[in-house]
Design a protein around this ligand. Structure first.
Ligand code: IPE
Ligand code: IPE
Ligand code: MG
Length: 237
């Protein structure tokens, strides 16, 4: 498809990778087969975002609520995430800065170490920021920010009246990054499911009927075109 060369340049995009289970069910496969295919799509869409000159992308991989799933499904998702971590060093070639959002202390220690190492090694990369949200919830993120600020107040480093939006934003996992311009949810669901509640204040929501394992580069083009047609007013006229 042809589109203007800069149609995605500088954008910040949130992606709720949803529909893996339904994709597998449609094919008579185990849900885990959907997660496996979904992980491949994640890698391809990351590469495509790089090619398009996207500034930052936020992938929702595992929510704080997803622990409610059967243990076998959770362990498959974690294993796929672990495989991804081992391969993530490829992203050094892509010049991506990798940031993990969420409470990593609940993950296996070897994964936590890899996550720290990947973030450190890619911290000075100048290309797209690739955010992966794992054991992430928007409310827990806001609660954590409140606790961090309360601690500063208790330690005498901050006065309560100095707490403003910028101070809160600095305590989020996304500290220093632009809010998502739009949040894309495939699979037809129309909800945030606890994703980026603080950052999504003025994000455009784009939902698509395609299931994530079927999601293609062309679908991303369509989502960006949809976003580009929106009129953002930020409360103005
Ligand atoms: C998204 O796909 C993956 C995760 C939430 C980890 P789902 O597993 O939620 O797929 P559906 O929504 O059941 O189809
Ligand atoms: C949101 O999808 C979480 C991720 C995609 C990681 P869910 O499938 O968990 O959300 P609900 O349960 O449909 O709201
Ligand atoms: Mg789902």
């Amino acid at each position: 498809m042809s589109h203007p060369e800069n149609f995605a340049k500088g954008l910040s995009i949130g992606i709720i990778m949803d529909g893996n289970g339904r994709w597998a069910k449609q094919r008579g496969l185990a849900r885990t087969a959907g997660h496996k295919r979904g992980a491949e799509v994640f890698q391809d869409i990351t590469r495509y975002c790089n090619e398009l000159g996207v500034e930052s992308v936020f992938f929702y991989a595992f929510s704080t609520e997803n622990w409610r799933r059967p243990a076998e499904e959770v362990s498959t998702i974690m294993r796929l995430f672990g495989d991804y971590l081992l391969k993530a060093f490829d992203y050094e070639k892509e010049n991506n800065r990798v940031v993990f959002l969420g409470d990593r202390t609940a993950l296996e220690p070897r994964y936590q170490e890899l996550m720290d190492e990947i973030e450190t090694r890619t911290a000075h990369n100048t290309g797209m920021t690739l955010n992966v949200a794992v054991n992430y919830g928007g409310r827990p993120e806001i609660v954590r920010a409140a606790q961090l600020l309360a601690k500063k107040v208790a330690d005498g480093q901050l006065r309560p009246e100095e707490i403003d939006e910028a101070a809160m934003a600095d305590m989020m996992y996304t500290c220093g990054q632009k809010d998502p311009d739009f949040i894309l949810r495939p699979s037809g669901e129309k909800r945030l499911s606890n994703f980026m509640l603080w950052q999504a204040a003025y994000s455009e929501l784009v939902e698509m009927d395609v299931l994530w394992p079927d999601f293609t580069r062309h679908d991303l083009d369509l989502a960006i075109e949809e976003f580009n047609r929106r009129s953002r007013r930020f409360g103005g006229i």
